[in-house]
Design a protein around this ligand. Structure first.
Ligand code: ZN
Length: 82
């Protein structure tokens, strides 16, 4: 089982439907067990759909129950993908 932080490394490719079957299974398994990541994924998708560059800056709303560590992981992943 991957951690929340590891999940963030897949997140960008997940929403673009660009994961391998194996990665996607791992991702889905974590999501099915982790409410925080489901809440995060929802807000991530909403942000993209609204046409904002996702979480540029930190002013995008993040659900209250998303752990700090998850947010930090997402930001790190975004920096790494530039
Ligand atoms: Zn999680």
């Amino acid at each position: 089982m991957i951690t929340c932080r590891e999940l963030t490394e897949f997140l960008g490719r997940y929403v673009e439907d660009d994961l391998s079957q194996e990665e996607r299974k791992t991702f889905d398994r974590h999501l099915s067990m982790c409410r925080s990541c489901r809440a995060y994924l929802d807000s991530y998708r909403t942000t993209i759909e609204m046409g904002h560059s996702a979480f540029s800056g930190l002013d995008a709303p993040v659900p209250d129950d998303v752990p700090e560590e998850l947010v930090a992981g997402i930001l790190a992943a975004r920096r790494a993908s530039r």
